[in-house]
Structure formats: structure tokens, C-alpha cells
Write a protein that binds this ligand. Sequence first.
Ligand code: PDD
Length: 274
Amino acid sequence: KAVYLNGSYLPLQEAKVSVLDRGFLFGDGVYEVIPVYYGKPFRLDSHLQRLDNSLAAIRLPNPHSRSEWRDIFAPLVAADKNQYLYLQITRGAAEKRDHAFPENTAPTVFAMCADIVPFAGTQDGIAAVTMDDSRWRLCHAKTITLLANILHRQAAVDQGGGEAILIKDGNVTEGAASNVFAVLDGVLVTPGPSPALLSGITREVILELAQKNAIPCRESAISAAELNSASEIWVTSSIRELIAVVELDGAVVGDGKPGPLWQTLNSLFQAYKQ
Ligand code: PDD
């Protein structure tokens, strides 16, 4: 299975980076996860735009144009199955370890394609656990520095949940690796874009599909109290798509099954993917 590393395609086992790579030493890099449905990267322009935003946030120039990225991905993608592209750019391997940016160091560029295994919780929904958001102030950038997200997800798993829903100053930001939607008084609500959360591409598609189909929706803050009273809660991401949260902090959400609006938007999303 070939992966892309710094201009070459090579077997995964042979793809190696230096221990001085700043991704390894500092988590100094950004990434993207792009679903590939039936051989075609989904919403590629949106993902490449977000990559530009993430790179700008960490002050790393984009090493490739959009058409170069398309050319890099093409040989990695299989036409007949659902996969995702994983793409990572770090600030490269400098000669010595120093927090400040190195000079004249080429970035490390890595891309691979992996199969999407359908998420087990899709039909029945998952349990989620709320917790105080311990992350930094640049959550709009998709950085590889994911330790806080990892600790949040693991804390949820330790409590028997499938996702952590993060609360900052009394309001929902997002999940440990997902965006959050709630149905409040019949209206689909998700927090608006801000440095406190990643602007998910799945989120963007759901908002578009809701608008096109005249489903009431808005981008606004969701307080922890509102989340507790929501008739439906979902988490969304490129890998898991739309997942209903049927239990929140041990309490049943709605009637304990994925709700009617989830059924509608999930069907619209599945049709849109084709
Ligand atoms: N994560 N917020 C966070 C913190 C995320 O890590 C993700 C996705 C999202 C959803 O974004 P999108 O819909 O564009 O996938 C929101 C990916 C899938 C990951 O880290 O594997």
C-alpha cells in the first residue's frame, strides 16, 4: 500500500521521518482528514481552504498549489471503495531542537489513504459525556497537537461514552473530534464559527442541506442547560458522519433513539454523498 512522503510514493512500512521532525518533537504541524466516496474526495475545495486557514494560523506557507494537491492525492485513492485521505504537514526536521521557527527547513509532507470502516454507533446512536474544555485558543486550526482532544475522548470512553462534548464558559464548543448540533424547540442549532472550535466540513454540509430543505436551523451558542433540554443531539465528523447522541451524562436524550430530524438529515447526507 503506497503512501506519499515528500515527493515520493512508497510502501507504508518504508515511509520514515527523522526523530528531529518538529511534528514528533513539538506537535508543530497541521492535518486534514478528507472522506473519499467512490473514488472522489468529498468537498475537496472546502478541505483545501481549511488547510490554508490552518497553515496561516501556524505561519507555515502552503508547500503546494491546489492542483498540485489534487495530483498528489490521485494515485493514493482507490476508485471502488469508501476511504479517507489523511494529510499532514509539519515544519520539518531542523538541525537542533529549538522552539522558535527554524530557518531554511523544508516542511514534511505526508499523505495516505485508509479505508473507512462504517461506524458501529450510527444506527443506535452513542452516549456522550460533557466536560470542561481544557484546550487552547486556536481550536479553529486543525493542528496535530491533539493531546487535549485525546484526553477528552479517553475520559468519555472511560465513562462508557463514545464522545466528549466540551463546555467552555458555560457554552458548548464542540466534541473531542466532532462538531455538535442540538435540536432546541424544533430548531437545529450549532455553535457559530469561532477560534473555540473547528469549522467542520460535515457541519457545513449539514447546514447547507438544512437550508436547502427548509429545515429551521441557526448558528448560535448552546448553553450547557440548553443542551440538557435538547430533544436531539448529534455529533458530526468526516469519519463518523452524523451520529445521534442518545444518552448525555447518563440521562436519556429524547426517547433514547436517534430522533426524527437526525433521520431526515442523515438520509439527505447519505443521498448527497453519492
Ligand atoms: N476530526 N472538531 C474537531 C476537534 C475535529 O477533530 C473534527 C474532525 C471536527 C469535524 O470536522 P470535519 O467534519 O471536517 O471532519 C470538529 C477528524 C475527523 C479527525 O481528527 O480524525
